[in-house]
Every structure is written in C-alpha cells, then in structure tokens.
Design a protein around this ligand. Structure first.
Ligand code: PMP
Ligand code: GLN
Length: 379
C-alpha cells in the first residue's frame, strides 16, 4: 500500500505510555487523569445504559445535552449558541477538529498552525488536501508572536488553527491575543479552528476566553471541546463543536459520515450531570491544587520551569543539566528513574530539541509526590 501518511508512526503518547507500563514507571506522559471520575457521573452512565438508552441518538447529539452545553457556554463565556443549529456532539475533540478541517479545507488551501502543536492537526490537514504552514510561538514563555502569524497569511490561507489553554506549554491566551486574531482575520475569508479542550483548567485566577465569545470571531470559528478532558473520562471519547449555522451545517455533513453519532447513554448522563454548574465551575480549583503540589515539588529538583498557567501539563527544561536529546532523556527517565514524561520536540514540525519535557499532573497526589521524589535524583 502506498501510504497517504508516510511520515506518521505511532503517537508519542502511545509509545511513552507503553514504555511506562513495561518499566513499571509512574506515567506522567500521556495526558489522561490517573484518578476516577465523579461517582455521580458514573452512576448516571450506568443508569442510562440499564434503562435502555442504547440505540442511535439524533445525528447532532441529543437535544438535552446540546441545550445544557449551550447553557454552560452562556454561563462561562457569556454567549448562547443555538442548541439546534450551532451545537454538535461528536466522538471527542479529535473528531471535532478533523471534521472542522474537512468541512472547510480544500485541495491546496493553507492552514496556519501555531507550534508546538498537538499531533492530530497535521494529519487532519494533510488528509484533506491542505498544506500546514507552521508558525512557532515565542520560545521561553510560549506566547504568540502575532507579527509572525500575520506574515504567514497568504491569499491561500483558509484556516488558522489555535489552542488555548495550550498543550504542551499551558500558555493561556489573554484578551489581547483574542483581539489580535480577530484583527488578522477581519475582512478575510479565513476560518478559525479553536481547540479549547482545556477550557476549564486555568490557574491563578486566569479565565479562559473562548473565541466563540468574541462577536467577530464567533462568526468564523469552530470551537472544539472535550467532555472527556473536562470530567476525567478521556476514554469516553465525547466532545463537541460550536460554530455558526452555515459552518455547523457543513460540519455536520462530515460528522454524519465520519461517525454519524456518538454514544447515547453517555450523552444522557452528561446532560443530567451538567444541570449543576458547580460540576465544571469547581474544576480550576481542583487542578490548581495539583499544579501547586507539583510545582512545589519540582522546585526541589534541578529542573527549571515556570508554573503552568493552564491545562494539566507542566513543562520543565534540563538543558543546563545535560545535552542528551529530549527523546533520549524521556526514555532514560522512564527506564531508570521510573517516571515517564513526553519529549516536546515531537510537537514541532522540524522536531527541534529545546531540551524541554512535559509532565502530566492529572494524577493522584500520592503518585505525584512519589514521582517528584524520584525526579530529585536528576540528572
Ligand atoms: N486537543 C488537545 C490539545 C488535546 O490535548 C487532546 C487530548 N487528548 C485532544 C485535542 C483530543 O481530545 P479528545 O480526547 O476529546 O478527542
Ligand atoms: N492529549 C493527550 C496528550 O497530549 C493524549 C491523547 C492521545 O493519546 N491521543 O497527552
């Protein structure tokens, strides 16, 4: 078979998680919670399965969940998307991102991608005939260099793909960033695909600003989110896309033939669970204590870092300690120290090695403390 994606192998998340299991290492690599979800949510899922909510739901998602998501959006972001025509429930943010790309990218279109970037963007673009145009964020704090983004725009630019809170850096956009983007796409036929899977994980009082909350950007943006990330159930693979009516209509044409629908009982469970806003409003506090615990311990190691501003990831640099590549270090740490992490060179198109590794701190406190003890042994 002639591969359509010859440059793609197994994802680093799978590789590192597998290595962690083989080595019996504490797995701070792949981003998934190491603790259970709220028993109330699990009970609801069981209830709806037992009560027979097990056949195909409506293609766009059950009305109850779309309504609750619109209400959540109103409460947290100050705008109310039309549940009927602007909200679609899909099988995870990965599907939302892919379907959004497929809905608008045509052969030869350019898609600006800010890097370091999550690994699913590029294959989605390439498979849909698009050309990724990479713009690096500033090294150091991972803020966006808007002049560079502007310089990357060409008559062929069709989409800009963005992600805040950012994986892997944790960088969280300010309202100035949002305004910059709005200015760049103003009067241009450019869509925005906004990966907001960490929307509820921000620290030190920062607030996530959804691009959907900006009146101009709202008209051009596919907002992609993940219930799996938000409610500690990544294996449920359920997410959403919010976009204006005409864009949603194209998005649904793709969703209809990609997966058609997503898991029925879980949609009912989430709809009921979302009735109480405390369930998502309490998430920043929950993760802040983990971020703080991890940062406190990391300060006692020789790694250098700035505490994460959002997401459940913490970056750390080691260039002052060793010159081995980040991939080698990640492997060595997994096998010798028994702590697995992600080398961030894999998030760059040119695989540049800035000697930075990523830890996921969405783990039980005891596990984090044990990992931190081991990290003290570095280098
Ligand atoms: N985007 C980013 C930045 C992510 O970190 C993830 C997480 N795995 C996803 C998208 C995919 O989310 P989901 O598991 O809902 O498909
Ligand atoms: N988003 C998760 C991470 O960045 C991984 C999800 C996956 O394995 N595809 O670690």
């Amino acid at each position: 078979i002639t591969s359509k994606l010859p440059h793609i192998g197994t994802t680093i998340f799978t590789i590192m998680s597998r290595m962690a299991t083989e080595e019996g290492a504490i797995n701070l690599s792949q981003g998934f919670p190491g603790f259970g979800a709220d028993p109330v949510l699990l009970e609801l899922a069981g209830k709806y399965i037992r009560e027979g909510y097990n056949q195909y739901p409506p293609m766009a998602g059950i009305p109850g969940l779309r309504q609750r998501l619109a209400e959540k959006t109103q409460l947290t972001q100050g705008y109310f998307p039309d549940p009927e025509k602007e909200v679609t429930i899909v099988s995870g943010a990965t599907e939302a991102l892919f379907a959004a790309v497929a809905a608008v990218v045509r052969l030869g279109d350019e898609v600006i991608v800010l890097e370091p970037a999550y690994d699913s963007y590029e294959p989605a673009i390439t498979l849909n005939g698009g050309i990724p145009i990479y713009v690096s964020v500033n090294s150091g704090d991972f803020s966006v260099d808007w002049e560079k983004v502007k310089a990357a725009i060409s008559p062929k630019t069709r989409v800009i793909m963005v992600n805040s809170p950012h994986n892997p850096s944790g960088f969280v956009w300010s309202s100035e960033d949002v305004d910059h983007l709005a200015e760049l796409v103003r009067d241009r036929e450019i869509y925005v695909i906004s990966d907001e899977v960490y929307e509820h994980i921000t620290f030190d009082g920062r607030k996530h600003i959804s691009l959907g909350s900006h009146p101009e950007l709202r008209e051009k943006t596919f907002v992609c989110g993940s219930f799996g990330k938000t409610f500690h159930v990544t294996g449920w693979k359920i997410g959403y896309c919010i976009a204006p009516v005409d864009m949603t209509s194209e998005f649904r044409k793709i969703h209809q033939y990609l997966t058609f629908t997503t898991v029925t009982p879980i949609q009912y469970a989430l709809a009921e669970y979302l009735e109480d806003p405390v369930r998502y409003l309490s998430i920043p506090e929950f993760y802040q204590s983990k971020r703080d615990l991890f940062a406190k311990g990391l300060a006692e190691t020789q790694l250098k870092f700035t505490p994460s501003a959002g997401s459940f990831f913490q970056l750390a640099s080691y260039g002052h300690l060793s010159q081995i590549s980040d991939q080698e270090l990640a492997e060595k740490m997994t096998r010798k120290l028994k702590v697995a992490c992600i080398p961030i060179s894999v998030f760059y198109s040119d695989k540049r090695d800035d000697k930075i590794i990523r830890f996921c701190f969405a783990k039980a406190d005891q596990e984090l403390l044990e990992a931190l003890e081991r990290l003290k042994e570095l280098p």
